[in-house]
Design a protein around this ligand. Structure first.
Ligand code: SF4
Ligand code: SF4
Ligand code: SF4
Length: 247
């Protein structure tokens, strides 16, 4: 059977979409806002005050299908990460919006602890009060594979402490650009890297949607994203850098 050029493009695109749909599973771990205590579920009275206080609308609430988690707060970094109550100035500096992280300050029961909004405090936060930890897959990272990108490094609010531009204690032959590296000790799991990483399902699909005009950002990374995902195998988890719960 002969296909017209249009049908061919359409069926190729659908094949890609099916391929991605099968391969890419979106996992949304239960990431709590910063300062959640180990007895969070027992302490949270589902008042919603943390969400009202968040200036970035980063906090969402589980619906009734979430069982015991119903009406409790969570953060989905792919939708809106936690901005750590910082504001980026036109000079590219991150400045605190408040003396304390606003969600913890608003929490009436201490389910979210009150955390001072300064870099030193955030860098020395006990692990149990962090939102999670970011994990980076070098096999699908555009910086590691193609000497490109670096969005995660440049956008990390704790850049050069939580996210480094090169792994310590490693020598990488032929490295020209940066090689992002998550420093477990300081990463608080805000999800900013997760949010900005272009190796994501949305861009992968956008590249094969018939008639879809790519944005400048999508266009810049589209070919590389398709290549790394195509090479990665069946069970690839996206994006290339993702926040997971600390264990
Ligand atoms: S720390 Fe600030 S930006 Fe992050 S979830 Fe809490 S209120 Fe929102
Ligand atoms: S989650 Fe990513 S952006 Fe946030 S502190 Fe960790 S490395 Fe930085
Ligand atoms: S944003 Fe994603 S692709 Fe880009 S350097 Fe970071 S992990 Fe790699």
């Amino acid at each position: 059977m002969r296909l017209s050029r249009r049908s061919f493009i359409r069926s190729s695109a659908l094949l890609w979409l099916g391929f991605f749909g099968f391969k890419m599973r979106r996992e949304v771990p239960v990431i709590r806002p910063p300062g959640a205590t180990s007895d969070f579920l027992a302490r949270c009275i589902r008042c919603g005050k943390c969400g009202e206080a968040c200036p970035y609308d980063s906090i969402k609430f589980f619906d009734i299908s979430a069982g015991a988690n119903v009406a409790t707060p969570y953060i989905d970094p792919l939708e809106t990460p936690c901005y750590l109550c910082l504001k980026r100035t036109s000079e590219g500096k991150d400045e605190p919006l408040s003396d304390y992280l606003l969600c913890g300050e608003a929490c009436p029961t201490g389910a979210l602890k009150k955390i001072k909004n300064d870099r030193d405090t955030l860098l020395s936060l006990p692990d149990e009060l962090k939102m999670g930890i970011s994990v980076l897959n070098r096999d699908i990272c555009l910086a590691w594979q193609y000497d490109s990108c670096g969005e995660c490094y440049y956008n990390c609010p704790l850049r050069d402490d939580a996210m480094l531009d090169y792994p310590p204690n490693e020598v990488i032959t032929g490295a020209v650009g940066i090689r992002p590296y998550v420093n477990e000790k300081h990463c608080v799991g805000c999800g900013m890297c997760n949010y900005v990483c272009p190796v994501n399902e949305k861009i992968a699909k956008a590249t094969v949607e018939p008639g879809r005009k790519l944005t400048y950002f999508e266009e810049r990374y589209a070919a590389m994203v398709r290549n790394v995902i195509g090479k990665a195998g069946r069970e690839v988890k996206l994006p290339a850098v993702r926040v997971v719960k600390r264990v």
